[in-house]
Write a protein that binds this ligand. Structure first.
Ligand code: NAD
Length: 372
């Protein structure tokens, strides 16, 4: 990719986008950001971490004229702007995440714009509960655990044939997909559009399925998801660290700087074109490991408390294979401790996060997102 190319980053004022903007500018690219600074991530103002070398367009990816303006003179698009988490306004996921991707290709194709590459942000959530193995019955794709099961505090995913606890396997890009929330369905639709329209119109396109990304600038204004921000803000407030279920859920936590490395890699690699790629750390941790790491870093002596509360359609475990991305040269460098220290240090600068934590929990209980 030529460095005189203008790179458009939608959602560039957000967590992942703003780090990408910094990295692109450091590499010598000209960067434009299209972002509407929407809630719950922002409070309507440009965040202090947005690189002021980037050109900023305040606009909405649901609006065609905003895309047309933002795409002028652009060589590469990273489409990261998205509506996320578990909110009850289901249609907004499709309006924001799917319509926007369709609009992007509609304009590039319709106006024959010289866009050389499009990279779309997808998510590990497209796998749903994922793939498991049972010693007696082999590999199976799991269904989401039922509310009845969760109410009994039976947390593990069990083999449908013998009812015994099964073991999670890593998710590969070619695995069966089973998104279980409006957000996850919208991410799958967006990445499918990226693949189909990219292939049809020969626009090199890549969909990146991130696992759970950790690092500074992850919005402190809502707590619908993101165990790290939740634990760190609790630590900052002197509150007990509370986890969902029994804290033994398995996750793949990847550091933001590794994710940024993945973006730069696929930008420069022709081999990445037309592919869907998992972006993770290649390691697994349990939620309790994250909670303990926060306690150690924040010097909290109380042990984290597993509350037994749960969210419907939240997978028990999520593990990704990153072999495909590694073949392109990806080498994740950061571990969980790095991410925790980084976020904990950063969040101290935003004590107002504590009031957002309290407000979000009250809202989640009211909306029935967190049970019981
Ligand atoms: N953070 C993670 O762990 C994670 C995991 C998997 C996938 N992702 C994906 O990565 C991408 C970036 O996520 P993030 O964590 O940086 O989120 P974020 O909320 O920090 O950033 C998203 C940005 O998009 C902007 N935005 C939202 N709706 C918009 C609209 N209609 N028009 C213009 N801008 C809009 C927001 O203002 C925000 O700046 C998203 O597509 C998300 O689905 C993130």
């Amino acid at each position: 990719m030529k460095h005189q190319d203008m790179v458009l980053v939608t959602g560039g004022a957000g967590f992942i986008g703003s780090h990408l903007v910094d990295a692109l500018i450091n590499k010598g690219f000209r960067v434009r950001v299209l972002d509407n600074l929407s809630r719950p991530t922002h409070d309507g103002k440009i965040p202090d971490w947005l690189n002021n070398t980037a050109e900023f367009i305040r606009g909405d990816v649901r609006i065609k004229k905003d895309w047309i303006k933002a795409l002028s003179g652009v060589g590469v698009v990273f489409h990261l702007a998205s509506y996320m988490d578990y909110h009850p306004d289901f249609s907004r996921y499709f309006d924001t995440n799917v319509k926007s991707t369709a609009l992007l290709y509609e304009i590039v194709v319709g106006k024959k714009l010289p866009v050389k590459k499009i990279i779309v942000a997808s998510s590990q959530s497209v796998y749903g509960e994922g793939k498991y193995t049972c010693p007696g019955h082999g590999v199976f794709y799991a269904r989401m655990r039922s509310e009845t099961q969760l109410k009994k505090h039976e947390w593990e995913v069990c083999c449908p044939k013998d009812g015994k606890a099964a073991e999670i396997l890593p998710e590969f890009e070619t695995d069966e997909l089973s998104p279980q929330s409006p957000y996850a369905v919208s991410k799958l639709a967006s990445e499918k559009l990226c693949q189909i329209l990219g292939q049809t119109y020969r626009i090199p396109s890549i969909a990146l399925r991130y696992s759970i990304v950790l690092g500074e600038r992850q919005s402190f204004r809502h707590f619908y998801s993101g165990a790290l921000r939740d634990f760190c803000v609790r630590a900052m407030a002197g509150l007990e660290i509370l986890t969902h279920e029994d804290a033994m859920q398995i996750r793949d936590f990847v550091n933001i700087h590794d994710v940024t490395q993945a973006h730069l890699l696929v930008l420069e690699s022709k081999k990445a074109d037309y592919q869907v790629l998992n972006v993770g750390s290649g390691r697994t941790s349990r939620i309790i490991d994250l909670a303990n790491t926060v306690c150690n870093a924040a010097k909290i002596i109380h042990k984290p408390l597993a509350t037994g509360k749960f969210r419907i359609n939240s997978p028990r475990n999520s593990v990704m294979s990153i072999g495909k991305l590694k073949k392109l040269g990806y080498k994740p460098k950061y571990d969980l401790k790095d991410s925790v220290f980084e976020y904990l240090h950063w969040i101290q600068g935003y004590p107002e996060a504590i009031s957002y934590l309290k407000k979000t929990y009250a809202k989640m209980h009211k909306e029935g997102i967190l049970k019981p």
